[in-house]
Design a protein around this ligand. Sequence first.
Ligand SMILES: *Cc1c(COP(=O)(O)O)cnc(C)c1O
Length: 471
Amino acid sequence: MPDEFRKHAHELVEWMADYMENVESFPVKSSVVPGDIFSKIPDSPPANSESFNSLMKDIDEIIMPGITHWQSPNFFAYFPANTSPPSILAEMLIATLGSQCMIWETSPAAAELEEKMMIWLRDLIGLPSGFEGVIQDTASAATLAAIITAREKITNFSINSEGAEHAGTLKVYCSDHTHSSVEKAVKICGIGRKNLVKISVKEDFSMDPEKLKEAIIHDKERGHIPCCVVATIGTTGTTAVDPLRAIGEICRENGIWLHVDAAMAGTALILPEFQWMLDGREYIDSFVFNPHKWMFTNFDCSAYFVKDVGALIKTFEVLPEYLKTRTRGKVNDYRDWGVPLGRRFRALKLWSVIRSYGTEGLREKIRYHISIAARLSEMISKETDFEILAPVIISVVCFRYVPAGYSNDQINALNEKLIHQLNDSGRLYLSHMVLNGKYTLRMVTAQTNVTLEHVEKAWDLIKKTARNLNF
Ligand SMILES: *Cc1c(COP(=O)(O)O)cnc(C)c1O
């Protein structure tokens, strides 16, 4: 068995390195239609053993055509889900060890490395030293943990034990541009979607703190209980930055939990010139960012930090007989720091990535990505038939094609046609959103290996395709 494993593993490493080398030769966005892949997989599993080679043959022939290439430097859609060689190597180790890192005893090294990595990250992004961190699978899970903890803290931990029946109406606040994970969390934690209050944004798409204050006063007058505000550093649409200090002061005055979602932009906090985004940090109760987006650590790895770790643990801890240990209370048992019991050894990926790049190497890469976005925004601004639709803060540029003489509806239709034509070309992949009724193309220059040349080529293609659209 080990011999056969060794042989296939060596072959696989060749496949992996070839893929990394040739990723640009694939169409970025898969062009399969629904059912294409499903219909090629046998209706029932094989009764007898098949070789790894036959699996690899199917990977090449059946699976690869159905892959959208997130690791292509021409992937400009959504937010990135970056990998990097040191992260992939660590993932191989993680799979080999196959550790379950639910409590300290089941993997002491994993628990202690995780504790140290969270200190490294906390200090790198400039969160105060009182914060403690834990790796979650996703920002969605971290935000759910934050809102549940806020719910318990404000109700004196009574919903956990008694149910929601007598707790009153809790309210959660976020902006119109907050990620949908907040709505999901509010739905599933029993607060209810109708008690999520969406605060309108200012011209730059950041939350208007005056409107937040009004909403809280309004709710309190009606006997409702403001429980949590979610502020975003780097919204998903435009990377707008909600004003933490102003929001934090309101939270402090009203005894409200302040959760900060910095899933993408949190990585930019490693740059001194972006520390302004964290002004008001002393008001934060919890904070999440995703090394699995922009810190070259492959999915999944989301860093969640809390100021009052006691409240987090009190919210999530359970103690069945089979998980009682002699070390309890002296070590971090991370199963009590979030929803899942079982946990992968994700700290190893972070350790490998941070050591391989070094903090200066990480800073250099992030700065480069940000500089490419600024450059793209300059190039777009120069063209009279294109316009920028949101301030360019980190690595996201929102724009549209606006040839003269068309109505807004026609312009919207034109841009929708444009993005489909571009994405169908296989040469790049963009995503879109709607800003103030305008269909907006969104280009993210943050893939691990993206360069200015990729962006210049993409921009040429966008211009050419737009100007050749027949309408
Ligand atoms: C991507 C993103 C999320 C969701 O991240 P997951 O880790 O996939 O749950 C949440 N908030 C913001 C601002 C995001 O950009």
